[in-house]
Ligand binder design. Structure first.
Ligand SMILES: Cc1cc2nc3c(=O)[nH]c(=O)nc-3n(C[C@H](O)[C@H](O)[C@H](O)COP(=O)(O)O)c2cc1C
Length: 193
């Protein structure tokens, strides 16, 4: 362990996961809670992280985004089988700035950019053909020009107040280090596995 700063530990563990050959360490589970208090979870990809939080990109009208509008608290979970790490992150969410979303959107392949216009994420569609037709329509709309970021698509940052690092040990005596935010500081507690 090189640090008692959870963001720095996250970066160290991420490097360990890469070195251990984790196919895609950016894969994380995002849990939200709906109006009725029911939890739901899905996979999203971590696109950036620093002391301000953990950022993924999505459709702002999707089910997850509607959940977050009602209750901004969310949880993230990473599992990196080798080297045997689990990281649990909990906190509030906020939209990233439009400039940050624009910058990331412009770095995406054109197909993904058009997909963001074509798919009304989480809405029911009559058939797959509906999606293909929608994509064709947007291809025509933006033919021979750059695809702008749809206003309903952008980044979401999870600002953590709780980060737990779980590390696999022999005899099931796994190590659990819980960092809890207390004002500007992080308090470290050890938890039984
Ligand atoms: C490997 C993987 C990566 C994904 N990455 C994202 C992502 O970064 N953003 C996103 O909105 N959906 C992503 N998805 C799709 C989500 O899991 C989910 O189906 C979608 O966001 C709709 O969720 P919702 O209806 O709960 O809003 C990914 C799915 C998989 C399997």
């Amino acid at each position: 362990m090189k640090s008692t700063d959870p963001f720095s530990i996250f970066r160290d563990w991420y490097q360990d996961a890469m070195a251990a050959g984790t196919p895609d360490p950016t894969i994380m589970t995002l849990a939200t809670v709906n109006m009725d208090g029911s939890p739901t979870a899905r996979i999203v990809l971590l696109k950036s992280n620093d002391e301000n939080g953990f950022v993924f990109y999505t459709n702002y009208k999707s089910r997850k985004s509607q959940d977050l509008e009602n209750n901004s608290r969310a949880a993230l979970v990473f599992h990196w089988r080798e080297p045997g790490y689990q990281i649990r992150i909990e906190g509030i969410t906020e939209k990233v700035s439009t400039e940050t979303s624009d910058r990331y959107f412009s770095s995406r392949p054109r197909g993904s950019q058009l997909g963001a216009w074509a798919s009304q994420q989480s809405q029911e569609i009559p058939s797959k053909a509906t999606l293909d037709e929608s994509l064709k329509r947007w291809e025509t709309e933006f033919r021979d020009q750059p695809v702008p970021r749809p206003p309903h698509w952008g980044g979401c940052r999870v600002i953590p107040d709780r980060i737990e690092f779980w590390s696999e040990r022999e005899d099931r005596l796994h190590e659990r280090m819980l960092f809890e935010k207390a004002g500007p500081d992080w308090i470290l507690k050890r938890l039984a596995p």
